[in-house]
Design a protein around this ligand. Structure first.
Ligand code: 2AM
Ligand code: CA
Length: 262
């Protein structure tokens, strides 16, 4: 039996599914463009914008007064100032661009400055993650719970490797070294939204990344919290969306991970 989903989450998952249809078709096209001289970059940026348009159209139909914070088109204020959609139409763009099937649509409803409901959808694997404050986190209808691992030595982590000079490389390398020395391994899959969803699903025991944008992480933050995990910024506070830094883990590992990356 599927767990009943709120009207709000139905709106969000339906919008994600609609945008995904075209995105999957476009992804098929990208694979053909790899060998072309110009490469698929322009094509991908059009696919990205189109997905965002579909999401805005669908969400606006259902909730006409809510505003938007968009990766591609910036901020669109709404009449209702306490509800804002924070959207990344394509998280994992570099993967998409290179024909690697690991990317997602990320939609978050931020209510009164707090991530309230989140949807992360990986259309290639047809994995739909959703969560709403106080209602739990789910993957395709199955209830999610963060992992129960309590020791760093058995824990698997995800992170983001700085690109194009973002974040001080030295600081990143220190963090990487301190975690890799005592953990079971570190992955870099290239989609912060999916990294957080994987923490919620208990696949990763923890994840940290610095220099993110609100749309990379807002939906994933709801997923991790509703799956019983902890999320903070790099100094242990709750200013993830403002600082762009996120440390997410199961309830037993979070404090240990935070100590290493602080
Ligand atoms: P994006 O795919 O929407 O750009 C991975 O480190 C995270 O950083 C992803 O959520 C990714 O979101 C973001 N990011 C932004 N610019 C990036 C880049 N040039 N290379 C890799 N990731 C990037
Ligand atoms: Ca992103």
């Amino acid at each position: 039996m599927q767990h009943p989903r709120s009207a709000l989450l139905n709106v969000m998952t339906a919008a994600a599914q609609k945008a995904a249809k075209r995105m999957v078709r476009d992804f098929g096209e990208v694979e053909n463009l790899q060998v072309s001289k110009k490469g698929p970059a322009d094509f991908v940026s059009i696919a990205d914008k189109k997905a965002e348009e579909i999401l805005v159209k669908e969400l606006r139909k259902a909730r006409p007064d809510y505003g938007f914070v968009l990766e591609e088109n910036g901020d669109i204020p709404g009449k209702d100032t306490s509800n804002t959609w924070v959207i990344d139409p394509l998280d994992g763009t570099t993967n998409f661009l290179h024909g690697i099937p690991h990317f997602a649509i990320s939609i978050c409803l931020v209510r009164d400055s707090e991530p309230f409901a989140g949807v992360v959808y990986n259309p290639v694997q047809d994995e739909m993650y959703w969560a709403e404050k106080g209602q739990g986190a789910f993957l395709n209808g199955r209830r999610l719970r963060v992992s129960g691992r309590a020791h760093m030595a058995e824990s698997l982590f995800a992170t983001g490797v700085p690109f194009l000079g973002m974040e001080k490389d030295a600081r990143f390398l220190q963090r990487l070294e301190s975690v890799m020395k005592i953990s079971s391994g570190i992955r870099r899959f290239g989609s912060a939204a999916l990294d957080l969803a994987y923490v919620a699903a208990g696949r990763y025991d923890g994840f940290w990344e610095c220099g993110l944008k609100p749309w990379d992480m807002a939906a994933g933050v709801v997923l991790v919290k509703e799956a019983g995990g902890y999320v903070s910024d790099i100094s242990g506070k709750s200013k993830m969306l403002e600082t762009g830094d996120v440390v997410a883990a199961n309830d037993k590992i979070h404090a240990q991970l935070l100590k290493l990356v602080k």
